[in-house]
Design a protein around this ligand. Sequence first.
Ligand SMILES: [Zn+2]
Length: 355
Amino acid sequence: MITTLKTRLGRSVVLTTALFSISAGSTLAHGPDPLQDGKLWAQDQAVTYQWRSLQAPPKWMADAIDRAAADAGISRASRAATFARVASGSSSLIAYGEPTGCTSAGIACFNRVGAPVSFKMWFRAHGYVFDWGTLRWCEGLSTIADGCFDAETAALDEFGHVEVLAHHANYSTGSDYLDAVVQTVSRARPKTGWLVHAFARCDTARLQLEYDRRTFRDTFSSCLAIPTTTTIGASPSSIYVGSSVRFTATLKTTASTANRALANDPISGRTVKLQRRTVGSSTWTSVGTMAPNGTVEGSYVLTLSPTATYEWSATFVPASGDGAVMSMSPAVKVTVTGCSGFGCPSNAVQLPGAP
Ligand SMILES: [Zn+2]
């Protein structure tokens, strides 16, 4: 079987056997896409491109490339760069047909050494003859046929590289091929994965790691397992029976450098449960779900009137598909006592026998 391999820094070759990793550094299979060489764009940088002089694509190809640029913006799930074509004035150039910056066997390639100022991208022309056969872009066929490559999918792979993504490291079985569109081996129609118009979870995982989430409410890519920290405070920590305590929890990602751009970020819009236990017990009882603390990011509150002394903790329980790891706060003790005699607050329960 002949497949096409697109390598980093604009070089491409055709493989005739199994795929292998060519990326610098190794990454566990199924993890976020590895990092491509070069600098990041700024967060949310609006990057423009234009057709290279004398190498503008035919309309069907131009439309496919522009759609891929839009696909990247819609599906980035992060503050990665966005791409949009302009008629002129951009130093980022996309070319169709010869000459290209690709190796003799590449169907498409890119160069991002100009980041964060500019990039380059090239696509071989429909009908280009390789040693393995003739290149057919699906969008260029009047009647679609097996064996063609979807140009929008291929262009999305290239925009992923331009962002900073290197090829995903798949399981040897390839069972996780759909976890990334930025793939070493492009698949022709009708093989699974030949038609993908959005970044997949292990693409967005890397984009989140490098560019951060768009808001503190955003979920984490399910290709990630971001460790979190939950803390809890009680105010006041000692009350009379009948008074209330305001519990405040904070939830954020850990400061680990492995969390990269996601480190030390507040996490809003999640389920944080309040639990209590008898002092000295190891059994926690769930009391309720804490509510968002107004507009304070990553803060959750619940006000209660406990009638006995307990230890309390807050636990973050990630929803299915949220690539964060649960965390439980240390315990905080709230002492509850009765009140008798002069000086008791008016709302306190009076002890038996008290005036
Ligand atoms: Zn690629």
